[in-house]
Design a protein around this ligand. Structure first.
Ligand SMILES: *Cc1c(COP(=O)(O)O)cnc(C)c1O
Length: 423
């Protein structure tokens, strides 16, 4: 029993006190959101919709779920919100499944151009029997090639056009693609899993306001909420279709997410703009610093990035898997990633993907990212032993232990919450 407790303690202190996390899809909740996450709701079911449940016992859950709907709708200025999907992948599964049938086609970007596995035949689309056709990627604009996408869409007549990605430096051209898609009667799904927080902070525009029919997202990447998903739209028919079919993919919607999500939405209303602004500033500075240290940072001619992500082509120095392992030995956590030119050899990616959003949430600013770029150079270019660099990584991390851009948790509120659990 104490062994398990010990493993959790080790994980917590490694990831919360000693490691610099640059995984682009992760984040942390505020202390208040974390405190309400630990509630009895984690043990309950509430199948159905608020006020119309198949189970009794959800009086307070109903109130919170309606609150989440209203807060989300007001933060993102959309009419309809479906928060019961327990992850971004499930959000995509529900959405794709109600909008296409087996044998239909979906136009997607390629994995090498940053798409998520759920947008492929190896992922959700394939599981639903939906075929994919790829919209070509243009390295000059580091984005979907609109003219070639037009050709593909007009030729192939897809039912769905899927935008959004996991390695996403610049916003996809929603407006242009939506016009083309709508001209052949396709539905546009924009998957904003990675950039929900940047949209909440108004650094990126909401694709619904640019012509997308429906958006799917995760609530725990740049948006610093509990792990989960959400679907939003202004189209009542689409909303009803999605909402009536959630139960195909979700029975228990992990109710303890909902109060934590509500708190995070309010935090983003208060602090979201400042937070998103700092994320983008940090990412740009990090990219510039990595380039100055001698790394091949992609999209230099476009100013590297306008998101939370920085992509480095590392193959000249070592393989990306080796690079990610060496960084981990120095307590810098990142992942290998395919780049657009890796289509010939997808098993050996040449990219490293870095996201600045979590360290920004812990209060790091531009000068800290200059420092981190230096650590990375020492490990991957100077080939220093990572164990030699690690103490300085830990020292930098220890200066940033509290969560910014979120609500504090007073001792009083915390003990009140624990008392209701008899803890
Ligand atoms: C992360 C991600 C998802 C999946 O999100 P989960 O919440 O992990 O299921 C879906 N789409 C994109 C583009 C993503 O980056």
């Amino acid at each position: 029993m104490y062994y398990v407790v010990d493993l959790v303690k080790k994980h917590n202190s490694w990831r919360r006190f000693e490691a610099i996390n640059l995984i682009a899809s992760e984040n942390v909740m505020s202390p208040l959101a974390e405190a309400v996450y630990l509630s009895d709701m984690m043990h309950r079911y509430a199948e159905g919709k608020p006020g119309k449940r198949y189970y009794q016992g959800s009086i307070y859950v109903d109130e919170i779920e309606v609150l989440v709907h209203n807060l989300m709708s007001s933060l993102f200025r959309v009419e309809f919100v479906e928060p019961r999907v327990i992850s971004g992948t499930i959000a995509n599964a529900v959405t794709f499944s109600v909008l296409a049938v087996p044998g239909d086609k979906a136009a997607v970007t390629s994995i090498q151009a940053g798409a998520h596995i759920s947008h492929t035949e190896k992922g959700v689309l394939g599981a639903l029997g939906i075929k994919t056709v790829e919209m070509p990627f243009d390295l000059d604009t580091w984005n979907i090639d609109i003219d070639l996408a037009r050709k593909i869409i007009e030729q192939e007549n897809p039912r769905l056009v899927v935008l959004g990605a996991s390695a996403y430096l610049f916003p996809h051209p929603t407006k242009a693609i939506a016009e083309i898609a709508h001209s052949v009667g396709a539905t546009v799904i924009h998957d904003i899993a990675h950039v929900l927080g940047l949209i909440a902070g108004k650094k990126w525009s909401n694709p619904i306001h640019e012509g997308a029919d429906i958006i799917t997202a995760s609530t725990h990447k740049t948006f610093p909420g509990p792990q989960g998903g959400v679907i939003m739209t202004d189209d009542e028919k689409l909303y009803k279709l999605v909402s009536n079919n959630v139960l195909k993919f979700v029975s228990n919607h992990h109710l303890h997410r909902l109060p934590a999500l509500a708190i995070t939405i309010v935090e983003m209303m208060y602090f979201g703009e400042e937070y998103a602004e700092q994320i983008v500033r940090n990412a740009k500075k990090f990219a510039e610093s990595l380039a100055a240290e001698g790394f091949n940072v992609v999209a230099e001619h476009l100013g590297y990035t306008s998101s939370h992500i920085v992509l480095v082509d590392i193959h000249k120095h070592c393989s990306a898997s080796k690079a990610a392992k060496l960084l981990e030995e120095a307590n810098i956590i990142a992942n290998k990633n395919l780049l657009p030119w890796d289509h010939l050899n997808p098993d050996n990616p040449s990219g490293l993907r870095f996201g600045v959003q979590e360290m920004t949430r812990f209060g790091m600013k531009e000068q800290d990212f200059e420092e981190i770029a230096k650590f990375i150079r020492e490990i991957l270019i100077d080939k220093k032993d990572p164990r030699e660099v690690k103490p300085r990584v830990v020292e930098l991390r220890k200066q940033y232990l509290s969560v910014h851009y979120g609500f504090k948790l007073s001792e009083e509120v915390y003990s009140d919450l624990l008392i209701t659990l008899r803890m």
